[in-house]
Design a protein around this ligand. Sequence first.
Ligand code: SAH
Length: 466
Amino acid sequence: MVQSRSHRRHQDINVKVGDRFPLTIRRLGVNGQGIGYFKHKVCFVPGALPQEVVVVEVTAVHPRFLEAKIHRLRKPSRDRVVPRDDYANIAGGFELEKLAYPAQLRFKRQVVLDSLEKFQPYGYRAYNVRPTIAAPHEYGYRNKATFQIRMVDGHVAAGLYKAQSHDLVDMAECAVQMPATMKVIRTMVKLIEELAIPVYEEKHNSGIIKTLVVRESRATGELQLTLITNTAKLPHKHQLLDAIAEQLPEVVSVMQNVNPGDTPLVWGDQMIHLAGEEYITESLMGLDFKLSARSFLQLNPEQTETLYEEAAKALELTSDDQLVDAYAGIGTIGLSFANQVKRVWGMETIPEAVEDAKQNATLNGITNTHYEAGTAEEVLPRWQKEGRHFDALVVDPPRTGLDDQLIEQIIKERPTKFAYISCNMASLARNLRRLTSVYHVDYIQPIDMMPQTTRCEAVVKLSLRK
Ligand code: SAH
């Protein structure tokens, strides 16, 4: 049986680039591509939706799968909608814009189920995976724009790269962004062009302006603009700053970040304060947070409150709880819960973020929090050695999930209340394999933080197994 299946998988199906054939799309892959089967071989078709019948044209033949593009849509899905912007079909990151929103929410729940099926943590078939919580706004939610600046056809262009390439798509609009962030980007494009400030060019590592980062506070409407540059020198700086002050009065903070050379990292080490304040202030859960240009904040502030409220529900905190806020960022989660518990203990690897967390505690008059710089896997065992005991734990790791050492420590300490906030269902499902040796998965609550994208978030409530 196994043999015949692998035989079938490897048999030559005699298909070549340029071939066309009709294909029924069965489902969406994690990256939002349509998936169909051509003579038992997986065929990925970007832009095609489940239940659609498409005539595809093969674009690449691999030993185990095919890639193809839509040649003609024979039978469109009932969930197919017209994307708001034409960039949705070319720039990476908006793969679901053509899928009706209720279907996007079902897709995100399905990603959770597929990841569980793949990693099979203990008892996974019985997990209560709830329907995805919708975002209140499907567009205009994103508080930060990080747009590359390049010359395209002799003009300054600002946008994102085409999927899997370094070709810039000049984006005059971007419907998922908060409108004011786009106004700043487009005004800056005009000013950079008018003042003829040299724009970065990768091939010769020449030019100056590489990237614009604009972040907006939903609560105050304040905007912060950061110019990421190849050199500290910024020609026509004073004319530029005068024009920004005049044309973009809502920009209260202008920063420069120097990031020399052709590097995959967006940010360099050197920050220069150009004009206005160094911070903008955002409010979440009734607290104020000062944001410096580089500090992390969730990208959908409106839905962040829902995410945190779900974490609070999962934790069922009480006033004598000692709570650990692991992967704390600027402390938004722990500080939001501080008035419900005895004490909050947080750790985070980026020292500036830890400083922000401490300042934010002071700013809000919170005195029962303790934040330290360090990795969760190093700090938590140390705290245990120092004799501290924890009742509740919230983890919010990056896409890689929890470090194995941290998982071992959690299993050793067994906090009774445990909420896992995940932004990657694969690492979550993998981590649950180990965690379920002592924890029971009460439920998984998917939450849509990023409509139109394939990104999924979830809050998992875990309790000690009886
Ligand atoms: N809880 C915060 C931030 C979550 S993002 C919020 O809701 O805004 C994840 C954070 O984990 C980042 O700030 C990152 O710097 C930090 N981080 C990454 N690896 C870590 C580790 N091993 N230990 C502790 N923090 C880590």
